[in-house]
Design a protein around this ligand. Structure first.
Ligand code: PXG
Length: 289
């Protein structure tokens, strides 16, 4: 495998950054996670736009144009001869000194890693996940805004640890007011009476790109689609529940905090949306070759 760092490619073992990089010292940087399906990069422009918006929000200048960054992604996939891949893009503040002032970092570092995708076991997609609500809250918008895919994922990692300690693999995170925000790396949806509902991003969710595609596909399937305030009560009493994200794709949820959701098996619309998502992903997107 070859990894892209600042315009050059390095074998995996030699792909390294300085211990003085502020991405490591302070978590000062941003990332993206993108996928390629069937030789096409899924929602490529949306991911590149979000990368640049995350950078803008933390006053980090990416020293390349969007087209140059896109070309670097395509080159990384071609070098590694990938058609189905997970692409991790990281932009750090760059090398500085032992002080948090970002002015000491002269140039941002851009890293692009592309690798084969390792899905969750297929069984989880067939049977559905059991998840819990955890005490760790999602970031408040006036701290690190949840719209930013920053290198500070510690509160999400704490939530993941709390889930793992309870023997489940995913956690619902609430916002400061106690409304449902999202999961640790996935957006959450419910279906009730032919309406698909998901928390408003202003309630502490990342504006997921998979989320956006699912909302579009759900409307095409005839569901009403709403972004709203959701409580745990709404989740417990839903007909169906599922999570979306670049890593997780579309994964049904069958139990939340010990309450069975719907029939206890992945719901009709969840299955339809999962299928529609995969069909859409394999035929749309930017060709790599
Ligand atoms: N919420 C959060 C907090 C996320 O980090 C999503 C929702 C889903 O967004 P997308 O645009 O992917 O539909 C994310 C995305 C990883 C990984 O390696 C994490 C994400 C994406 C890809 C990989 O854990 N987070």
């Amino acid at each position: 495998m070859e990894v892209y760092i600042d315009g050059k490619f390095y074998p995996k073992e030699e792909a390294k950054v300085s211990v003085f990089d502020h991405g490591l010292l302070y978590g000062d940087g941003i990332f993206e996670g993108t996928r390629a399906y069937n030789g096409r990069i899924f929602e490529f422009d949306a991911h590149i736009d979000r990368l640049f918006n995350s950078a803008k929000a933390i006053a980090l200048e990416i020293p390349m144009s969007k087209d140059e960054v896109k070309a670097a992604h395509i080159e990384t996939l071609r070098r590694n001869k990938l058609t189905d891949a997970y692409i991790r893009t990281v932009v750090t503040r760059g090398v500085g000194d032992l002080g948090l002032d970002p002015r000491n970092c002269k140039k941002a570092t851009l890293i692009i890693i592309a690798d084969k995708v390792s899905l969750y076991p297929e069984e989880l997609y067939e049977k559905g996940l059991k998840i819990i609500t955890v005490p760790t809250r999602r970031n408040q918008p006036e701290t690190v805004n949840p719209m930013i895919k920053s290198l500070n994922y510690l509160n999400n990692i704490l939530a993941k640890i709390e889930a793992n300690l309870h023997g489940v693999s995913e956690a619902i995170m609430l916002n400061q007011e106690g409304y449902v925000a999202e999961c640790t790396g996935d957006n959450i949806f419910i279906i009730k009476d032919k309406t698909l509902a998901t928390p408003l991003v202003s309630f502490g969710a990342l504006k997921g790109i998979t989320r956006g595609v699912i909302m579009k596909l759900a409307a095409e399937l005839g569901l009403e689609v709403v972004e709203t305030a959701l409580t745990r009560y709404d989740i417990y009493t839903a007909d169906e529940c599922f999570l979306t994200g670049t890593a997780a794709e579309v994964i049904p949820v069958v139990e939340v905090d010990g309450r069975t959701i719907g029939s206890g098996a992945p719901g009709h619309y969840s299955k339809q949306l999962k299928e529609a998502y995969h069909k859409y992903a394999s035929s749309n997107g930017t060709p790599i070759y």
